[in-house]
Design a protein around this ligand. Structure first.
Ligand code: DX5
Ligand code: ZN
Length: 249
């Protein structure tokens, strides 16, 4: 495998161009919140552990925050992929980087101040910087800002809840991002989140996604670890043969 080794808080360089295996990021939103350490252990071999932070303001749901992320960090070696669905990430996001999150993703729609400064602050605190776009948010106005980010999270459902249906019409956004990466204009890992499962992951991989968040498809399975492996196989088989930017674990 080529590419950059990344994980476990390793401050390795930013993504480089090169073949990459698909990254699978189980979302603990669909796990048992009373047993989060067990939920992490149940997906040993996953690339990233996706943690949905919701504040009941940016989205109409409330999940968990920094103290719980710190506790999860102590309980697993899987790199933490924190998806902040919160207002005013300018104020709160760096705390997640300081807590040891591997990647901290903020929503473009929620940023109050300078999105480039926010990315720099996240990186300075030791994390990758991620930018997420809701389904209604176009990519183009954010393309320049994304030069300063490491990951792009394309929402394939309206953020807020697990178990929703995959929005196939978001694949144009994924393809557009992939074109910018292939042209060398961006170096982001392209992540998709929402409705990813065995029936949809190939379509997202074909469109050019590198990293696949899956909640109900992993934690709703009898064997979450096997579900991760099956998703990875399906994505790898569907990925176009063109170079992907990316992080490998
Ligand atoms: C939704 C969250 C997702 C959620 C995905 O707002 O951002 O990460 O856990 O759940 P599934 O995979 O069930 O659609
Ligand atoms: Zn998420």
């Amino acid at each position: 495998m080529t590419g950059v080794t990344a994980g476990r808080g390793d401050p390795s360089p930013l993504p480089t161009l090169g073949p990459v295996q698909p990254l699978i990021a189980p979302s603990i939103l669909s796990a048992d919140f009373a047993r989060l350490a067990d939920a992490a252990a149940a997906v040993r071999g996953a690339d990233w552990l996706h943690i949905d932070v919701m504040d009941n303001h940016f989205v109409p749901n409330l999940t968990l925050g920094l103290p719980v992320v710190k506790a999860i960090r102590r309980s697993t070696d899987i790199p933490l992929d924190c998806h902040l669905m919160i207002d005013d990430p300018d104020r709160w996001a760096v705390g997640y980087a300081e807590a040891g999150a591997y990647n901290v993703t903020v929503h473009a729609e929620a940023i109050v101040g300078d999105p480039v400064a926010l990315a720099k602050n996240l990186r300075a605190a030791g994390a990758r910087a991620g930018l997420s776009l809701k389904p209604g948010t176009p990519l183009e106005p954010w393309a320049d800002v994304l030069r300063h980010y490491d990951t792009l999270l394309v929402m394939t459902v309206e953020p807020g809840f697990g178990g929703q249906s995959f929005m196939a019409d978001m694949m144009d956004k994924v393809s557009a991002a992939r074109r910018l990466v292939s042209a060398g204009e961006l170096t982001v890992v392209i992540e998709v989140d929402g409705g990813i499962g065995e029936d949809t992951i190939a379509e997202a991989a074909q469109a050019g996604a590198d990293c696949f968040v899956a909640g109900s498809a992993v934690y709703g399975a009898a064997d979450p670890q096997a579900a991760v492996a099956a998703l990875r196989r399906l994505a790898a088989a569907a990925q176009p043969s063109t170079s992907h930017s990316g992080i490998t674990n």
